[in-house]
Design a protein around this ligand. Structure first.
Ligand SMILES: C[S@@+](CC[C@H](N)C(=O)[O-])C[C@H]1O[C@@H](n2cnc3c(N)ncnc32)[C@H](O)[C@@H]1O
Length: 422
């Protein structure tokens, strides 16, 4: 790391300013080049610091509250939050305090508040920060999201999800069929993915360069396993990029057509195929304009992504749920259109990385009511490691971040396998 972490910390505060001040997702900030000026290790550190701060934001604010008569401007608050989180995670006090003071003093308008930053962070550092941190409750989701989740799953379950969100996510790997993943030194999960808790740089891991595996959360690997295409089947992967599921389908020997409307995300799918030596026909187009007839379809519809908060703690802060209604309507249109592309007797997997029943259970209930030739294929869910308790009333699979608490959790997902009458 260069300049004892100052550039990484400054960029992390800037990311926090964008997420919390401009309601931008971190992924948007990163693809707009927010960290492009940094060397690779500083980039990784800035991202990690911003994510840790967002995960622990409520705890940091509670500790800071004791030392602030009124909340200062957002940029100062974010520097204080980042400093507090670092101190509570055991970073050396002098490094953290000096860095935050330097960051604030370089700011034209807020520079005069460097004394406040210095004094508050010194007080936090003097007060057994690691212990104080661990005594606070897991940060709660904002009300706009917590309320519907409590209604759907109950408050005990939501508290367990919040604990999982605070813990963050390990790195899960899906291997090509028969690939030896033993050299990665991870844990084999019940569903077949390999989990690494301290992976370091992904591109340096054994087997990355020769394309033996790809990164994919264990829950996200299940839709492909449930569709389980036979070699030679024609499979349409709708909303495919960046392509974890496309790689699974292609590796199983299916003839895959992958559709996504985002050229930028499709570029990543192209790179993933090149690295793994797998093939698929890629089409940058609107899923609703897609034509043809396929033996099987995987529809991973755009959704609230509320199942991925362990890895994207910025989401509850950047969003307010106002666009979820449009997404829910789009999912229903996509499902209905995709159904017209499935050959009689074919199977379609519908999935979303969402915790909201409106983007899962309710969609399938409504689709079953609207399509007399549609049935749910419950047998398709009988895959290794799938717990019968995860199966829902209408025959889908509900996955939640608080499942597998001893193994490190999983992303929230909803998956259903639908069969068309022959
Ligand atoms: C949940 S992500 C897909 C993840 C992907 N299946 C994977 O496993 O890596 C949803 C995708 O839907 C795409 N998308 C959104 N609206 C679309 C549309 N109208 N037509 C096609 N793709 C769309 C987005 O670009 C995004 O890549």
């Amino acid at each position: 790391m260069t300049d004892t972490g100052l550039s990484a910390r400054r960029s992390a505060v800037h990311l926090l300013d964008q997420v919390l001040g401009e309601n931008r997702l971190m992924a948007e900030c990163l693809s707009a080049g927010a960290l492009d000026h940094l060397p690779a290790d500083d980039r990784a550190r800035a991202q990690r610091l911003a994510l840790e701060t967002l995960r622990g934001l409520e705890r940091a604010d509670r500790l800071l509250q004791k030392h602030l008569r009124k909340p200062p401007a957002l940029h100062i608050r974010n520097a204080l939050r980042l400093g507090t989180v670092e101190l509570c995670h055991g970073a050396a006090a002098h490094g953290v305090v000096n860095a935050m003071v330097q960051i604030v003093s370089a700011h034209k308008r807020h520079g005069p508040l460097k004394g406040l930053v210095n004094a508050v962070l010194r007080k936090i550092a003097a007060d057994e920060p690691e212990q104080a941190w661990s005594h606070l409750r897991a940060p709660r989701l904002p009300k706009w999201l917590r309320a519907p989740l409590v209604q759907a799953w109950g408050s005990e379950a939501v508290s367990a999800m919040e604990l999982a969100h605070l813990a963050g996510a390990p790195l899960d790997i899906t291997g090509k069929p028969g690939a030896d993943l033993g050299t990665l030194g991870g844990t084999k999960l019940p569903t077949g993915s390999v989990r690494l808790t301290n992976p370091g740089q992904v591109t340096a891991l054994p087997g990355y360069d020769d394309g033996r595996w790809w990164v994919q959360d264990a829950a996200a690997a299940l839709p492909g396993r449930i569709l389980n295409p036979e070699p030679g089947m024609t499979v349409l992967d709708l909303c495919a990029a960046p392509g974890g599921k496309t790689l699974q389908l292609a590796a199983a020997g299916a003839i895959v057509t992958a559709v996504d409307s985002s050229e930028q995300r499709m570029k990543r799918l192209r790179e993933n195929l090149a690295r793994t030596g797998l093939t698929a026909d890629l089409r940058v187009q609107d899923a609703l304009q897609t034509e043809g007839t396929y033996d099987a379809i995987l529809l991973d519809a755009p959704c609230s992504a509320t199942g991925t908060i362990r890895r994207h703690p910025d989401l509850p802060h950047a969003k307010d749920g106002s666009e979820f209604g449009d997404l829910i309507a789009l999912q229903a249109h996509m499902l209905a259109h995709a159904w017209t592309l499935l050959r009689p007797g074919g199977r379609m997997v519908f999935c979303t990385c969402s915790l909201l029943p409106d983007e899962g259970e309710v969609q399938i209930d409504e689709a079953l009511g609207a399509h007399p030739d549609m049935t749910v294929d419950r047998d398709a869910l009988a895959r290794p490691g799938v717990d019968a308790a995860w199966i829902t009333e209408e025959g889908g699979l509900r996955l939640r971040p608080d499942y597998w608490p001893d193994l490190g959790g999983m992303d929230g997902f909803y998956i259903a396998c639908l069969r068309k009458d022959a």
